[in-house]
Design a protein around this ligand. Structure first.
Ligand code: PLP
Length: 395
């Protein structure tokens, strides 16, 4: 009686949420302080003070009509202009307000862009392992076919040859995510250059553009002074998806955007289809209040120094214990190899001592676990002997 696809989606437990729920249950039995939950990627640092100040100012000094009324579907023009100005100043882009469509975060942006681009059942979208598991849902629900490029486990960049092999005449788009969830890796300029060259060549060969969709919810969370790269500089047919969930620590308030830069082939059509997809989906537009907040907090971020501290503590200590870790250069995830290659067993062993790690199998990268280190540093310090216990199980 109901849509099978949707029923299955609702009934199927998500591995990360299941682990998180296990952690909450364990906390009731053994005490919260004895559970080391590295499962979920929920920001652990507060939004900057400017966010609270903006909310107070908007609630007390603005007319209730101004902050509660409908906005244009694509978002308030002054907010989109503010975004264009900010991006132009920061990345040397040449954007206008009309290149932006404000959404309820990256999930909404992904749902919209897939619905906007996928025309026929079986249109292909390439995703690169390891990847955010919900990508599959966003592609398949509007009828798209997911094509997976296996991981480059040597450098966790992008295996260009494997990507090339995955491209077919039905390829609509390639979806990338850097800084990456779950590997913590950031794509280098060299990787983006090679990617741009390949997509230009293949688009020409196929006679239609292959859009590069860059999912960037962790854009500003980079370490060791790594430069933040503006993807359209490497490939003009790039569409950017952004979210304030991590950069301003606002995951529960749903704010983000889709950026279709002016140089994108058939960009006006893409943008119009984005408006159409937003209309069809119906629930995807950024709330009025948060549009104003975003404008007032343009260019600000939460203080990521705690993530950096946790990153160093974990990487250094786990490496010393003999765990093989991917050096994390962005986001708040550490990807660690299972000593015997069995990530599912490593998760089970961790659960026995209330140390919750997400198996890489869930990200199509078996053999690794993801450690979400958006946690209090004090908890991270206390977890080190527990990691040692885990390591000792493999002696
Ligand atoms: N894309 C990636 C790579 C993510 O890690 C997440 C959330 O963790 C999302 C998209 C969804 O983000 P949002 O909260 O903006 O919907």
């Amino acid at each position: 009686m109901v849509a099978t696809k949707m029923y299955e989606l609702g009934a199927k437990a998500n591995l990360i949420r299941t682990l998180y729920m296990f952690g909450l249950q364990q906390a009731e039995t053994v005490g919260e302080e004895n559970v080391f939950d590295y499962s979920i990627g929920n920001p652990s640092v507060p939004p900057p003070q400017a966010v609270s100040d903006a909310i107070v100012e908007l609630a007390t000094k603005y007319s209730p009509m101004e902050i509660n009324s409908y906005t244009p579907a694509m978002g308030l023009s002054e907010v989109r202009q503010g975004l264009a100005d900010y991006m132009n100043k920061t990345y040397g882009a040449e954007l206008k307000a009309d290149n932006f469509y404000l959404t309820c975060g990256a999930s909404a942006s992904l749902s919209i862009i897939m619905k906007a681009l996928i025309e026929q059942d079986g249109d292909e979208v390439i995703i690169i392992a390891p990847y955010y598991p919900e990508y599959k849902t966003f592609v398949t629900v509007p009828g798209g076919k997911v094509v997976i490029v296996p991981p480059d486990t040597k450098h966790f960049q992008l295996d260009i040859e494997k990507l090339e092999a995955a491209i077919t005449p039905r390829t609509k788009a390639v979806l990338i995510n850097s800084p990456n969830n779950p590997s913590g890796m950031v794509y280098s300029a060299e990787t983006l250059t090679k990617l741009g060259d390949l997509l230009r060549e293949k688009s020409q060969e196929l006679g239609h553009p292959i859009y590069l969709i860059s999912d960037e919810p962790y854009r500003e969370i980079v370490y060791d002074n790594i430069p933040i790269l503006y993807v359209p500089k490497f490939y003009k047919d790039s569409i950017i998806l952004y979210s304030y969930s991590k950069s301003l620590s606002l995951p529960g308030n749903r704010a983000g955007y889709i950026l279709v830069p002016g140089g994108v082939e058939d960009g006006k059509d893409v943008y119009t289809a984005v408006i159409g997809a937003g209309r069809a989906l119906g629930f995807v537009n950024m709330p009025n209040l948060y549009q104003h907040v975003i404008l007032k907090c343009m260019g600000m971020t939460s203080d990521f120094s705690v993530y950096d501290q946790n990153r160093k503590t974990l990487y250094n200590n786990l490496s010393e214990m003999g765990f093989d870790c991917v050096y994390p250069s962005g986001a708040f995830y550490l990807f660690m190899k299972a000593p015997d290659g069995d990530d599912m067993q490593l998760m089970e062993n961790g659960k026995k001592i209330n140390l919750l790690l997400v198996p890489g199998t869930g990200f199509d990268c078996p053999g690794y676990v993801r450690i979400s280190y958006c946690k209090q540093p004090e908890m991270v310090e206390r977890s080190l002997p527990v990691f040692q216990k885990l390591r000792d199980m493999y002696k």
